[in-house]
Design a protein around this ligand. Structure first.
Ligand SMILES: Cc1cc2nc3c(=O)[nH]c(=O)nc-3n(C[C@H](O)[C@H](O)[C@H](O)COP(=O)(O)OP(=O)(O)OC[C@H]3O[C@@H](n4cnc5c(N)ncnc54)[C@H](O)[C@@H]3O)c2cc1C
Length: 51
């Protein structure tokens, strides 16, 4: 996954795709959103929170 170095910036320059909405993917999404980066999450199952 490639993330811009100055991640506190609200300006998103790099598209981020998270493959898998397990706990790792969900935590990754939270950290990205907190830094102003809006990821696209791709999950094979109908729900992303199977645990
Ligand atoms: C029976 C069982 C019981 C467990 N009980 C516990 C427990 O009590 N406590 C605990 O801490 N841990 C428990 N674990 C372990 C815990 O479930 C895992 O450590 C944790 O889910 C791993 O998270 P992850 O996000 O890495 O992977 P996963 O949770 O496996 O998430 C991966 C996600 O990626 C999706 N995916 C896979 N391939 C693709 C694809 N090609 N495209 C799109 N999406 C895809 C999957 O559908 C899934 O949603 C248990 C595991 C099992 C199997």
């Amino acid at each position: 996954m490639l993330i811009q170095k100055h991640s506190n910036s609200k300006k998103q320059t790099t598209p981020v795709i998270i493959i898998g909405g397990g706990i790792a993917g969900l935590i990754c999404a939270v950290h990205l959103v907190e830094r102003g980066i809006k990821p696209l999450m791709l999950e094979a199952e109908p729900r992303a929170d199977k645990i």
